[in-house]
Design a protein around this ligand. Structure first.
Ligand SMILES: Cc1cc2nc3c(=O)[nH]c(=O)nc-3n(C[C@H](O)[C@H](O)[C@H](O)COP(=O)(O)OP(=O)(O)OC[C@H]3O[C@@H](n4cnc5c(N)ncnc54)[C@H](O)[C@@H]3O)c2cc1C
Length: 81
């Protein structure tokens, strides 16, 4: 719902920087938690490059780094509180 709300704001050109930072931080963190659970479900095979879940795990991990690291997002949010 939060992602949908942010998309709606973006389309209306009303998405402010701190809400965008909240979205980037929270959704990419959540993505990593979910993919981690999925990999765990696959057991050892989930870690092997041959399985798509391993690629998803690697792809998810970088989301917390690029586009501004999540720790930096926290700093940007904190400045507006
Ligand atoms: C695949 C990929 C594609 C990219 N594409 C682009 C692109 O197209 N255009 C572009 O401009 N850049 C791009 N980047 C760069 C990306 O934006 C940076 O990697 C990102 O901003 C993090 O900077 P850094 O790698 O220098 O890490 P650093 O800033 O050195 O961060 C290292 C660690 O320190 C933490 N940290 C940093 N500052 C603070 C702080 N103040 N408080 C607490 N912790 C902190 C970070 O959270 C992180 O955990 C890309 C990176 C990757 C990996």
């Amino acid at each position: 719902m939060f992602a949908d709300h942010c998309t709606e704001l973006l389309l209306k050109e009303e998405l402010d920087a701190s809400t965008a930072s909240m979205s980037k931080y929270w959704i990419s963190d959540l993505q990593c938690k979910i993919i981690d659970e999925c990999l765990q479900l696959h057991g050892g095979f989930g870690y092997m490059d041959e399985y798509p879940i391993a690629q998803m795990y690697a792809d998810a991990r970088v989301q917390r780094i690029y586009g501004g690291a999540n720790e930096v997002m926290k700093m940007l949010i904190a400045r507006t509180l």
